[in-house]
Design a protein around this ligand. Sequence first.
Ligand code: DGJ
Length: 767
Amino acid sequence: MITIHERRFVLSTKENTLLLRVNEADKLVCDHYGRRIEESDLEACAIPAGMPAGRQVIYDETKSKKISLGMIAAEYGTPYKGDYLSPMLDLTSDKGRVYDFVFVEAKIRPMEPMIGYPTPRGASEELVVLTRDEKMGAELELHYVVYEDADVIGKFAVLRNTGEEDFTIRKIMSSQFCLQDAGYTIHGNYGNWAGEFQRNETLIGHYRYEFGSDTGSSGDQHNPFFMIKRTHSTLTTGSVYGFNLIYSGSHRAIVEMDSFGMIRVQQGISPQGFEKVLHPNEEFMTPMAVLTYTHNGLNGICDHFHRFVNDHVIPENFAYKPRPIAFNNWEGTYMKFNEGKLKSLAKTAAEIGCELFVLDDGWFGHRDDETSSLGDWNLYKKKLPHGIEGIAAYVHKLGMKFGLWFEPEAISPDSDLAREHPDWAIQDGVHDPSLGRYQQILDLTKPEVRDFIVEAVAQHLRTGVIDFVKWDYNRTFSDLPQSGSFCHDYILGLYDVVGRLTKEFPDVLFENCASGGGRNDLGMFSYFPQGWVSDDTDAFERAKMQMEMAFGYPPSVMSNHVSAKTNHQMLRKTSFGTKFDVAAIGVLGYEMNLNDADPIDIKEFKNQIEFYKANRETLQFGTYRLLDVFENGRQIVEMADKDRALVSYMNYLQNPHPGNETLPLTGLDPEAVYTYHVRPEVHSFKTFGSLINQVTPIHIKEEGALVNMLSRRRGLDAEGLHGEATGSTLNSGALQIGRQWAGTGYDESTRIMLDFGARIYVFERKK
Ligand code: DGJ
């Protein structure tokens, strides 16, 4: 809800209040953003102007002798009038570079879709604060959108040229927000290919911190999502602010603490190289930044942002719609496949219970490796003599949906498209363009290129045999043309393309992919309901990435696959059980040569999928809570709904002196009784090496033929936990789960986890 009290504006969500005020100098400031306050107490919350400190510039003595722009909790900042912190806007024109916007009026009005950008649905109204610099002929509108149930505030800005001369935008951020009091830490992420979403924590000192992406996409280096938390906050307690940007291009977050301990936080389009001339009567709109606050620690941020993404960002027809279990052929075959191979994989995939078969890279042009054919979206007949329709019909007959891989924004120099349209790839026209993965990127600022991409994909979708599209994007920008807004215009072009395709094919499920998680952001999730988290399918690495990503994004957007036992990215070996226990948190899939699997593995996959189907709603849409973190030697994640909780436990390193362990469950119905059990898992005999001889009547040679043969058919139970307890006892964290293997014996309470091993515990409300 939004209310206006003369020069004060109160924006309330379920738990929070954002309190804005126009101060004596006619500048918009933030008096409070945090837990809800009473509307009768607005005066008590007003930040006093105080006395100007030391050498501060007094902004306008006629209005107030106390106000210096460098010291107020400003909602927008421009330079050269006494504010020396990072400016939200940097403008120049022939007239000069001092732009001084003052309050004109504020209105509450119905929320309209933003022009050119994806707009989260479900906000009824917005507050629009108009400010103006009469002398420079410029207006700045600050927009505040309330997503009440999710406790999220959306912020964006519109800059308008109301004068008679051009001016140039060198920087324009979507949001500026000031936090009082020191003692905060930035909790963000860093990463790269096959290692996205690594935790990145920095205690905020008196510096300016800038992070983001200048790669042309939101990137895997620093996702636009980050948090600022009270340094002593925990998973469940303490003040935490969450930030994200509904944008898929180069972006920047700026966090700066002044000498008085005030922290200014900005989010928006990266100013690196950005330059946009605004002619008279033109306007520029920024993408929307989103902010949330919780006093319930990091899990509180998960709660707010998960609801926000599921309820307001994901396309409505896919919100809470169960996502299918995929089989993807990539790590199973890479580009070395033919119709026969695909068919036999599809057959096994259907047998184990997969619901979707995705044909990945290599089905078009003459693509046998990475060096050719991107842009030539016609069939590679040698591999698929019966066409896409042929393989799709086979898959459909097996009862699965059919999905196809595209990388529509890319172009290989060795392609008919490049030969026909040498000017369609991004290039500066001066230098030889640099390649990435042997390819270039199409210039989506050109309308004819956008039309080509839409048609190239749509011609396949119009056959009606494709139910799913994996949309890949495998390199970063280089060789930018001269236009200072090129990167931004590209993203608007991309939104045009994906907007047109998802509108024409509303029932096709699109999976977002950029070499893994190179563009998993709220902009893309506004069109594509799920995203491939990373090309690293190792269970331990994946679990870490899922945890960091889950602070900002719900498991329903995270696609994860069970892959070969020896992981291709890490060469780390983990059991299929462990791989499943991690991949099941979110959208499950399988990606390996299934036809190499042993009978015992096939049986295990069938059990896993049966388990997943029975618990899918909870695993995709349940309430996510992180119960423990790797620093404590284990990562525990709970997904819960009204009837059950599923707890995924990932062990770090095997400990020679394991202690007793409890499960710190939370959120169960205290009045209810729950039965609990561990999802049955077996360990291969090979796990025990020559130790197995202690329990076998005949001698078994480690890694010998006999143990290999036995391991293909049978294994040893990994753990036997089961029982019954009340929700209140379970919530109190008193459930004992038994000690881990310590090398001194084995009984049914022993938990054999191993290095990087995982497990799922199931709690079901008793009827
Ligand atoms: C990168 C993706 O992340 C992989 O899953 C796979 O689709 C390859 N591209 C194909 O080139």
